[in-house]
Design a binder for this molecule. Sequence first.
Ligand code: SF4
Length: 67
Amino acid sequence: MRIDIDTDVCIGAGQCAMTAPTVFTQDDDGLSELLPGQEDGGGSPLVREAARACPVGAIAVVADPAT
Ligand code: SF4
């Protein structure tokens, strides 16, 4: 899978980092970003939960067509 964060939409609510702290963090502006090496979610089952938790739907979990 691949995780896309739309930082134009993100309002820095921090729900993603709270829900899946091993995958998401927040940059200096409070916007969501992925932790290094977590572009594929690191197999965390909390990624989809984090995407659902985002109040503005800024996180897209895209299935990898190669798997
Ligand atoms: S939950 Fe959504 S709005 Fe909040 S920081 Fe994460 S991506 Fe941004």
